[in-house]
Design a protein around this ligand. Sequence first.
Ligand SMILES: [Fe+2]
Length: 109
Amino acid sequence: MAIAKAEPAAAELVAAECVVLAETKDHQNWELIGRVADQGGPHAKVLKAAHDAVEEDEDHHLYHTMGWCRELWIQSLGMPAVLPPPEEERKVETAIGAARAEHARDDYL
Ligand SMILES: [Fe+2]
């Protein structure tokens, strides 16, 4: 819909927002699966294995997507953007790493 109704840059922002929303929920769901696995019970072993297999990837998806979305918005507001975002350059995998990358974005301008 955004591609049909908006300029490409605006459609790109809509896409970025949609991915951030999806990855935020994805991240939360996997965190909850990990918590359920930690409770034990008949399915704990399989849930723990699944959680361990994807947790790092899900962190990566969320933090990198947030970085892309932030920088695309900054660009759309006419300010210098860091593209690709520092989260990509630093290969961020954790929340604290994402916070550090965002804090250091001026170093990448
Ligand atoms: Fe994901």
